[in-house]
Design a protein around this ligand. Structure first.
Ligand SMILES: [Mn+2]
Length: 241
């Protein structure tokens, strides 16, 4: 039996359409998992549905999308905040927290790494260009094709991510104007860009809790990125037994 991997998806409230880039589904399939898409549901149904949803899956993949509402880390919206999606926040924040507390493997991608950090009590830059205080910011919003390498990241030696990817540095794509700021309790930094922006986080005390700021699902021809999906699905398979 293949492990079932729950995958969150986007909701276009104007067109009233649920959306998910096919790379997530293809990546999970190629890595040996069975993808199950979880759409945002109305808020009144969330609290009673979290345990029900988790009982159907062996791992949770939190996908990319709009900005997490800053209310969830105690801030008002900055002028440079992008689109927010209350329906996604209302499902994904408690779903993420419950999955982590249950010891379920969780992989967060782009919005997903930010959501993990907020769900566990950390915060994020609402907008890097106006709020980041560090070295000179590099470009994190590529206008090159989505599957192409854009900027380099350095991977923390001794991290789970380092063990999975097997390299100290790798090129990734980059499509984000936000990033993790203060790490949530229990999370450690696993990779950063040349400007110091956090590009990956993880937990050593958890079976598999990893967040990455780039989009590996668009780079599945890169063995490192497929390897990340395989490690995630493998952790989900171990979880089953
Ligand atoms: Mn980046």
């Amino acid at each position: 039996m293949k492990p079932i991997i729950g995958i969150t998806c986007d909701y276009d409230w104007e067109a009233k359409i649920f959306k998910l880039h096919s790379g997530y589904v293809e990546g999970i399939s190629r890595a040996g998992g069975l993808p199950l898409i979880i759409p945002p549901i109305s808020a009144c149904a969330v609290s009673e549905s979290i345990s029900n949803i988790l009982s159907q899956i062996q791992a949770l993949l939190l996908t990319g999308g709009q900005d997490v509402h800053p209310r969830y880390f105690g801030e008002e919206p900055h002028t440079a905040i992008g689109r927010v999606n209350p329906q996604r926040d209302e499902l994904e924040l408690p779903l993420c927290l419950a999955a982590v507390q249950a010891g379920m493997p969780v992989l967060g991608i782009c919005r997903g790494i930010q959501l993990i950090n907020v769900a566990l009590g950390g915060d994020i830059y609402q907008d890097l260009k106006t709020q980041f205080e560090g070295r000179d910011l590099i470009c994190h919003s590529q206008s090159a094709p989505t599957w192409t390498e854009f900027h380099k990241i350095s991977i923390h030696e001794g991290s789970r991510l380092h063990h999975i990817l097997g390299v100290n540095q790798v090129y990734t794509n980059s499509f984000h104007h936000q990033a993790v700021r203060t790490l949530a309790p229990g999370l450690e930094f696993a990779a950063s860009a040349a400007d110091g922006v956090i590009e990956a986080v993880e937990s050593k005390s958890h079976s598999f809790l990893v967040g990455v700021q780039w989009h590996p699902e668009r780079m599945m021809e890169d063995s490192h990125m497929l390897g990340l999906f395989k490690a995630f699905v493998e952790a989900a398979g171990v979880q089953k037994t």
